[in-house]
Design a protein around this ligand. Structure first.
Ligand SMILES: *Cc1c(COP(=O)(O)O)cnc(C)c1O
Length: 346
């Protein structure tokens, strides 16, 4: 029985057609701007996001780190959602690379304009660290793929701008947000100075993220990418996978969302699982194990023996992520396996 791997949407493998597109790619030295396939991808993503220019980077973590270098100075304060990727999943890179401090606000992956204004520290004060950047994560990973309300994002970005703070959208899964709320990615990206998107999550490419924004910000990002050791050469192979992913795998994200909702509906039937299926908006489910259920590491280990892989966030919290390499039937099986374990003896 093949594994049902729901640990993350990063586990997808390039399909034969994606591999064929990669093999056929024309390539050149990207540091001379001579990789035609990469140039095409960067133009395509800039257009999709409604920005002047875009720059490819090897990972989403590097995109987030470079964005901080472009938009902040050491000692600055950055307002973010609680449990955002930059604070929890980048091994302290933001402190080491950009030297910034974070102020985490809001709940459930979102925050309001009023909460942002209450946390924002003005520039030029003799004591306060100036808040020079407000960052939003859409969708929000650790909160379970939550979509940031767009009207609130627009208010937040306008307020931040009026106070001289820049805005950054960590949109590693912006594609999922766009599909789920039926808006074009450019609309979701419009309020922000700089936007990061990933090709290696739900879109199924083997790697790569892009930053998009005004031309002068992208020129600055290019310098910090090089500083981070992320400027590469014949990257057209990756770009070809990215172009294929955008053309072929974007619209189908709706299937992943339906599959995640289906798993959530089944799991919510157990009194030993705390999960509101209505709260599952995209391809990520985060759920708590109630009293009476085994703890998260035990569920992970037992499910793995039965061919289902999920991820433990903490002692009693699990995450499952749907993606293009798991079918509806496999998701049904995964839900059945998880239910059997949770309902069984501790
Ligand atoms: C995965 C992810 C990233 C980083 O991407 P990597 O390519 O794994 O470094 C950044 N932000 C969010 C919200 C993510 O989920």
């Amino acid at each position: 029985m093949p594994l049902v791997d729901l640990r993350s949407d990063t586990v997808t493998l390039p399909s034969p057609a994606m591999r064929a597109a990669m093999a056929a790619a024309s390539v050149g030295d990207d540091q001379y701007g001579e990789d035609p396939t990469m140039n095409r991808l960067q133009e395509q993503v800039a257009a999709l996001l409604g920005k002047e220019a875009a720059l490819w980077l090897p990972s989403g973590t590097m995109a987030n780190q470079v964005a901080l270098r472009v938009l902040t100075r050491p000692g600055d304060d950055v307002i973010v959602s609680r449990e955002c990727h930059a604070v929890w999943h980048e091994t302290g890179g933001s402190a080491a690379n950009a030297g910034v401090q974070f102020t985490e606000i809001g709940r459930n992956g979102t925050f309001t304009d009023a909460e942002m204004l209450a946390a924002l520290k003005p520039r030029g004060h003799v004591i306060y660290p100036p808040t020079t950047l407000v960052e939003i994560e859409n969708t929000h990973n650790r909160s379970g793929g939550v979509i940031f309300p767009q009207a609130e994002a627009e208010r937040i970005c306008a307020s931040a701008r009026a106070r001289g703070a820049a805005t950054y959208l960590d949109g590693a899964r912006l594609w999922n947000a766009a599909i789920a709320c039926r808006r074009v990615p450019a609309e979701l990206a419009a309020p922000f100075d700089l936007v990061g998107v990933a090709l290696s999550k739900g879109l199924g490419a083997p790697g790569g993220s892009l930053l998009a924004g005004r031309r002068e910000l992208i020129q600055s990002a290019q310098r910090y990418r090089r500083m981070a050791g992320g400027a590469m050469r014949q990257v057209g192979f990756y770009a070809a996978a990215g172009i294929y992913a955008l053309d072929e795998n974007l619209a189908r994200l709706a299937e992943d969302h339906a599959n995640a909702r289906r798993i959530a509906e089944r799991l919510a039937g157990s009194r030993r699982i705390v999960l509101d299926p209505e709260a599952v908006q995209t391809n990520i489910l985060v759920f708590r194990l109630a009293e009476g259920a085994p703890d998260a590491p035990s569920v992970v280990a037992r499910a793995a023996k039965l061919g289902v892989l999920v991820f433990a966030f903490d002692a009693r919290t699990l995450r499952a992520v749907t993606h293009l390499d798991v079918s509806r039937e496999q998701c049904e099986r995964a839900a059945a396996v998880l239910l059997e374990i949770v309902e069984g003896p501790v």
